[in-house]
Design a protein around this ligand. Sequence first.
Ligand code: ZN
Length: 122
Amino acid sequence: MTSSAPRPDTSRGSARMTDAERENDLVCSCCGRATAQAENVWRHEVPYPGDLGTGLCLECGGDPDAKDPRKRLGHAVCTFVDARIPLITPLLSEEHRRDFLSRDYEWQANFVLRCVEKGHLR
Ligand SMILES: [Zn+2]
């Protein structure tokens, strides 16, 4: 690129920031906390879903290495799923409701997300 147009200043006022510090200068778009690039759930997504300087932290976006299913899914997905479980269960037949409620949280979450993906639920 040979453009001579001035580039936007992303240093937030510090001309002495190192590249490593600049990489860590993200704000989680969900909770607003400072988020390191290494812990940014969106770091490999193309096109990038956030604005410049934003990311999605592991707590909100999910930590794939977490043992707890809720931490694996992340706060944002759990909030979404928790709000929809009470909407789904009355729509299921008695047999399917019993089956749904007997499953673990991760299975229920995947069921809810599939229903949304297929357009059965928003
Ligand atoms: Zn967050």
